[in-house]
Design a protein around this ligand. Structure first.
Ligand SMILES: Nc1ncnc2c1ncn2[C@@H]1O[C@H](COP(=O)(O)OP(=O)(O)OP(=O)(O)O)[C@@H](O)[C@H]1O
Ligand SMILES: [Mg+2]
Length: 255
């Protein structure tokens, strides 16, 4: 028997009133893989992540996470979400923000998956050792985003959903966080579903790129990125990388 998919969408549709945001989307996200999601603005990328994370319901079709309903997976903390802006609590230190999901879980009497790493170790993993006591406004945008990633990892999610987490950052910081994220992915074995606007980022991070089309939001194609692992920055100057980028740009123009 096959291991269950990290996420499975079967003919899933999402409607907002009479508007169809996602139409008949079927997709299997293989456990342990890194998927990037590309598509024109408004095609339903964020909606797809919100559907998978049980924030909005499917109007029809089925969505499951590791063989469970999205609600059961949410309650079991099997996935975590990182948004475009870090959404930290401004009055809590970096460390206290990372500890928050654990506190909330304890208060509600939810049994949480026990992580291998403490909040302090997670902050070290994302390169913020020494900044544990800093408040969000004392950190740069990139640092705040790293705190959000550490917070997302604290319940050891099997699936990490990321919606343009590095979209607002400068290129150097983005490169650095891309590499850090790949390292975290390799180390933790978590499955990652990562929305981006950047073709280069989609190729660099993804083992597979999910291309969505708009009007209505639907699956266009899933493209395998067969670049060597681990990915390195100089790979972006190779002919192979350029070919993938050109192919995606062409596809994107017809979405
Ligand atoms: N709560 C909502 N109510 C009504 N319409 C919505 C709602 N959320 C999203 N939509 C619509 O659904 C479509 C898909 O939106 P979504 O945010 O998923 O796009 P996106 O692909 O993430 O775009 P972007 O790349 O700009 O972030 C859009 O037309 C949007 O206006
Ligand atoms: Mg979006």
């Amino acid at each position: 028997m096959h291991a269950p998919a990290a996420a499975s969408l079967k003919a899933a549709s999402v409607r907002f009133g009479s508007f169809t945001a996602i139409d008949n989307l079927s997709l299997e996200i293989e456990a342990g893989s890194f998927y990037t999601i590309l598509g024109p603005s408004g095609c339903g990328k964020s909606t797809m992540l919100r559907l998978v994370s049980d924030l909005i319901p499917a109007a029809s079709g089925e969505v499951s996470i590791f063989g469970k309903t999205t609600e059961a997976a949410r309650l079991a903390r099997e996935f975590a979400f990182v948004f475009q802006d870090a959404t930290l609590l401004p009055w809590r230190s970096a460390l206290k923000n990372v500890e928050l999901p654990l506190e909330v879980g304890r208060k509600r009497g939810i049994e949480l998956p026990v992580g291998n790493r403490s909040p302090r170790e997670l902050l070290e993993l994302v390169g913020l050792k020494g900044r544990e006591n800093a408040l969000p406004h004392e950190l740069s945008g990139g640092m705040r985003q790293r705190v959000a990633i550490a917070r997302a990892l604290v319940c050891q999610p099997k699936l990490l959903l990321m919606d343009e987490p590095f979209g607002a950052l400068d290129e150097m910081t983005r490169d650095h966080l891309n590499l850090q994220l790949l390292e975290i992915w390799r180390e933790t074995g978590t499955t990652i579903l990562f929305v981006t606007h950047s073709i280069a980022e989609a190729v660099f991070l993804g083992q597979k790129v999910v291309m969505l089309a708009a009007h209505p939001g639907r699956l266009r194609e899933v493209i395998d990125i067969d670049l060597p692992e681990p990915r390195t920055i100089p790979m972006r100057d190779t002919a192979e990388f350029t070919r993938y980028s050109a192919r995606l740009r062409e596809l994107l123009e017809t979405c």
